[in-house]
Design a protein around this ligand. Structure first.
Ligand code: ADP
Ligand code: MG
Length: 335
């Protein structure tokens, strides 16, 4: 006998989250695949958390890759393999044959890539597959009433891209996608530490520093972190101390680019909707929204109220869950 199962998937550039109806979020893993290249063939050796641990630590024959980089699908086959792996894991022993799947994809992906994601879900056993645009899912998951005849602005800061969108009456009125987000923050920290301390650190270390110290404006309880990298002078390991202030300086430029994109999107928004946003405020979602004080800075630079959504990392997958629950599978599908 076949059962109907609904699952929602946030196929993010940094993390993939999956929720199953009545079970909540069951998968929360990095969108990373480790592959071994041998005899001209690629073989997937690890996916998700396990694969992420291998980044920067792989022997020559294995590479850990992020198949969705900068908001576009860099590797087709690997994205499909990863998706299939996560869907299987999410479903466990549950019958999947008639499942409805709603997948959220970065809005920069092309028609061909959309089809690839769709087909990967079908080949994993899904019966009905619908796609939803990231800002729409993020807004719904953040608790915004997207069908109301009033403008709302959501800014989703993920790993590869920042998506800024104004939504009204169940549709995206105007939007911008910027390839500056969490990964760029990590990059900026690597560059900063290299320049200021002549020490080379890896991207994972940079991410850890960002999470412990990253801020957009001064905050209470600022501190410092002792980190280890490679001394560029003699090539040996070296410890240096980085401070909250250092990291704020490092992040200044990529954060300014995000603020600028928010500002230009507001400028392009029809006046009535812009007035609505002034009332309801800008909502931040995605992991990048957790940079301390980013809401304060955006508010100061735009003159609009701004807040971080509750559980910003979960907004997109929660949004897909709400759509499945309400049977609104056609909202914000875009093109
Ligand atoms: P995506 O939707 O692209 O998969 P996510 O919304 O999952 O991205 O966000 C991932 C990004 O959020 C990563 O760059 C990660 O380093 C960053 N991030 C996660 N937690 C924090 C935090 N507490 N402070 C700052 N950045 C964070
Ligand atoms: Mg995302």
């Amino acid at each position: 006998m076949l059962f109907s199962q609904d699952i929602g998937i946030d196929l993010g550039t940094a993390n993939t989250l999956i929720c199953v109806k009545h079970k909540g979020i069951v998968i929360r893993e990095p969108s990373v695949v480790a592959v071994a290249v041998g005899a001209g063939q690629k073989k997937v050796v690890a996916v998700g958390e396990e694969a992420k641990k291998m980044i920067g630590r792989t022997p020559g024959s294995i590479t850990a890759v992020r198949p969705i980089k900068d908001g576009v699908i860099a590797d087709f086959q690997m994205t499909a393999d990863m998706l299939r792996h996560f869907i299987k894991k999410a479903m466990g022993s549950s019958p999947f044959a008639r499942a409805r799947v709603m997948i959220c994809i970065p809005s920069g992906v092309t028609e061909v890539e959309r089809k690839a994601v769709h087909d990967a879900a079908v080949s994993a056993g899904a019966r009905y597959v619908s796609l939803i645009e990231e800002p729409m899912a993020a807004a719904i998951g953040a608790g915004i009433d997207v069908t109301a005849p009033r403008g709302s602005m959501v800014v989703d800061i993920g790993g590869g891209t920042t998506e800024v969108a104004v939504i009204s009456l169940g549709d995206i009125v105007c939007s911008r996608s910027l390839r500056v987000a969490g990964d760029m923050f990590d990059d900026a920290i690597v560059q900063f530490v290299r320049k200021k301390y002549s020490v080379l650190i890896g991207e994972r270390t940079a991410e850890e520093i960002k999470i412990s110290l990253g801020s957009a404006v001064p905050y209470d309880g600022e501190g410092a972190l002792d980190i280890r990298g490679r001394n560029l002078i003699d090539g040996l390991p070296k410890n240096v101390e980085v401070t909250s202030e250092d990291i704020r300086e490092a992040l200044e430029d990529p954060i300014a680019q995000i603020v600028e994109t928010v500002r230009t999107t507001i400028e392009k928004t029809p006046p009535e909707l812009a007035a609505d946003i002034l009332d309801s405020g800008i909502v931040l979602t995605g992991g990048g929204a957790l940079i301390r004080g980013l809401d304060k800075l955006i508010s100061a630079k735009t003159g609009m109220p701004c807040r971080v959504a509750e559980a910003p990392i979960d907004c997109v997958v929660t949004g897909t869950a709400i759509c499945l629950e309400k049977d609104t599978l056609n909202i914000g599908k875009g093109k």
